[in-house]
Design a protein around this ligand. Structure first.
Ligand SMILES: [Zn+2]
Length: 373
């Protein structure tokens, strides 16, 4: 590599930072240098085999860690992570390859004490040119969400949240708690029960690389779609004579998260991005911008099959991640997603609450798709 490396910095998952970083009013802290806009930061996933099936169902370390890189990608625009699975590229420091590895040392140097993982990087002419992540084999690892687990008297570290943290360093984020900030952040210096990026972490990533467009579409106040859904339940029960079905998402949850899914979709996010952002909201209360401004004219809505995929994933998330107990409803998941999205389609295309409700019910009762208002 012909670039001249002028400086190396190290930041670790435990307290260890060599350089004072810039303080930001939002809580997050950044290092002075970043990747040039437009860069794909290609990480070579070289964590090796032998993981077996991990607690969250991941079948390899590389697969689990890559989800963390994808999560960052969902929140930043001007730089993106790439991942080469099971890469056979050379492993070494200052070799131009971004290695992600397990090791007992950092390219031959001892880990600082109590450091579970470490990102190190190289800078040339004021921009980042190489970054590596090394997970310390002196600690126990798995992949899971929720509070930190222990086994045999030792903490078992979650590869995903630690990768989210180290990848934040790779992007140029520092530890807020070591820069006189007190915020809920995965970028704080200690790995904890927090298992997902917070609004502050995302704000930091966006301060460096942009991302998130303020939606130009106004959704109706929540009480109105809630009222629609209650009327929908009554219609299914009383007019259609539907029996009860099992679901894990309560009516308010269905309305609020379908509303957010629709907000991202009409903001031109694809299905996967919209779902990831909604699930991030469910996990940590952040609210994110949309992917692009909605063009003028009739507002586009996602196809039914993608809406249904989202609803089924939401149901599984309520069951598996949020550990909600089963409940019953007269409206099955498919009915919920199809008709709530139709309600929003009429609302966003100029119908008021009563007109949108009437039009959806006409559709349900076999009178065909109604004109917008
Ligand atoms: Zn750190």
């Amino acid at each position: 590599m012909s670039l001249r490396q002028t400086l190396a910095r190290i930041a670790a998952a435990a307290a260890f930072v060599m350089f004072v970083s810039l303080e930001q009013p939002g809580g997050y802290a950044t290092f002075p240098d970043q990747w040039p806009n437009g860069t794909t930061v290609t990480m070579h996933m070289q964590l090796g085999g032998g993981s077996g099936t991990l607690i969250d169902g991941s079948t390899s370390w590389n697969q689990a860690a890559t989800t963390a890189l994808s999560t960052w990608n969902n929140h930043i625009d001007l730089v993106k992570f790439g991942a080469v699975q099971d890469s056979t590229s050379p492993i070494g420091d200052r070799n131009g390859v971004n290695n992600v590895v397990f090791d007992s040392t950092i390219f031959g140097e001892a880990f600082p004490s109590d450091t579970v993982a470490l990102a190190n990087w190289w800078i040339s002419r004021g921009t980042l040119v190489e970054a590596n992540i090394t997970f310390n084999t002196a600690f126990s690892w798995n992949s899971y969400r929720g509070p930190l687990r222990r086994s045999g008297g030792r903490t078992v570290y979650d590869i995903v949240r630690v990768t989210l943290h180290e990848a934040g360093h790779v992007l140029g984020l520092d530890h807020p708690d070591e820069n006189r900030q007190s915020v809920s952040a995965l970028m704080n210096s200690t790995i904890s029960d927090l298992d997902a990026l917070t609004a502050d972490d995302i704000a930091g990533g966006r301060a460096l690389y942009g991302g998130g467009v303020a939606s130009n579409i106004t959704f109706p106040p929540r009480n109105e779609p809630n009222d629609f859904f209650n009327q929908l339940i009554a219609l299914y029960r009383d007019r259609l004579g539907e029996g009860q079905v099992t679901t894990y998402v309560d009516p308010e949850g269905a309305v609020v998260w379908l509303s957010e899914y629709a907000r991202y979709r009409v903001g031109l996010c694809d299905h996967a991005t919209a779902q990831t952002r909604v699930f991030s909201q469910i996990d940590n209360t952040g609210t994110y911008g949309v992917c692009a401004l909605t063009p003028a004219g009739t507002i586009p809505f996602p196809p039914r099959d993608e809406g249904l995929q989202f609803m089924l994933a939401l149901d599984a998330k309520y069951r598996d991640d949020l550990r909600r107990t089963a409940t019953t409803s007269f409206v099955n998941n498919e009915g919920a997603v199809v008709w709530v999205l139709e309600y929003f389609r009429y609302r966003l295309n100029r119908c008021n609450h009563a007109d949108a409700t009437t039009r959806v019910f006409q559709q349900i009762l076999g009178q065909g798709i109604q004109p917008t208002c």
